[in-house]
Design a binder for this molecule. Structure first.
Ligand code: KIV
Length: 271
């Protein structure tokens, strides 16, 4: 394990440089100070305070009940532990339903929560929101593909971009989102062949979760890689505690697997 304190902090430019060099970007979620410190010291490039906290911390069945106050609280305690990692915080359900509300809540996440970038689950109808935030120099990660906040509308957690028409829609959406000023794209549960096309068609870094190997970085939910999430792991995830003695070793193993491209393996991807 190396000491994150001795390294230069990660910025959006570093992330772009990693993409240009073809070095995979290792990302994980964190929700509290102790884990944030551990991930930072292990050299995790991006830490996401995800609204997955609604499920793994608060015990809800979906991310829908998470409030902006929850995101500010967890972002603040995570940001206070970081010296190296770049911090992205999620905009929760209904916190960006129009440009003015989005601006107000993004401002809170950055000013009060210490986020360096906000993430929002978007589709084409959020283009005007992304444009407005981008015009105010708010760094944006746009999350497309499977959007857990829309689970009730999407009718469950389904792999996206499998059928040709879905794939074309997703590719078009990605291009529009890039053109509207997003800085990073996050693809969740997307057919790996579609993710590969998106990757070849847009310039901004792409972080995948269940989107196959042909994206610029990988993100997983911390508790999944530590094997402490109750129930069955999603197909795309992996328990990195197996064969390790400590949490630090498991996190290092995950980062190493992302960097050496041994994760995700074919069994973690969707065709
Ligand atoms: O909320 C979250 O943790 C996320 C990741 C699963 C990407 O959005």
């Amino acid at each position: 394990m190396y000491d994150g304190k001795q390294l230069k902090s990660i910025t959006l430019n570093t992330i772009r440089e990693l993409k240009q060099k073809g070095e995979k970007i290792a990302c994980l979620t964190a929700y509290d100070a102790t884990f944030a410190h551990l991930l930072d010291q292990a050299g995790t490039e991006i830490i996401l305070v995800g609204d997955s906290l609604g499920m793994v911390v608060q015990g809800h069945k979906t991310t829908v009940p998470v409030k902006i106050e929850d995101m500010i609280y967890h972002s603040k305690i995570v940001s206070s532990s970081l010296n190296y990692s770049f911090l992205i915080s999620d905009m929760p359900f209904m916190s960006f339903y129009n440009p003015d509300i989005a601006m107000e809540n993004a401002k809170k996440l950055m000013q009060d929560g210490g986020a360096q970038m906000i993430k929002l689950e978007g589709n084409q109808s959020q283009i005007n929101i992304i444009e407005k935030l981008a015009m105010s120099d708010i760094p944006i990660c746009a999350h497309i593909g499977l959007r857990p906040q829309s689970v009730n509308k999407m009718g469950g957690y389904k792999v996206q971009g499998k059928e040709e028409s879905d794939a074309l829609k997703l590719i078009k959406e990605a291009k529009k989102i890039e053109a509207s000023g997003a800085d990073i794209l996050l693809l969740e549960c997307v057919s790996s062949s579609t993710a590969k096309i998106v990757s070849s068609e847009i310039e901004i870094p792409i972080i995948g979760i269940g989107a196959g190997p042909d994206v610029d970085g990988q993100i997983l939910v911390l508790y999944d890689i530590l094997g402490i999430t109750p129930g069955k792991l999603p197909k795309f995830s992996k328990n990195f505690m197996t064969g390790q003695n400590t949490i630090q070793e498991a996190v290092m193993e995950y980062i190493n697997a992302v960097k050496t491209k041994s994760y995700p393996a074919p069994e973690h991807t969707f065709k």
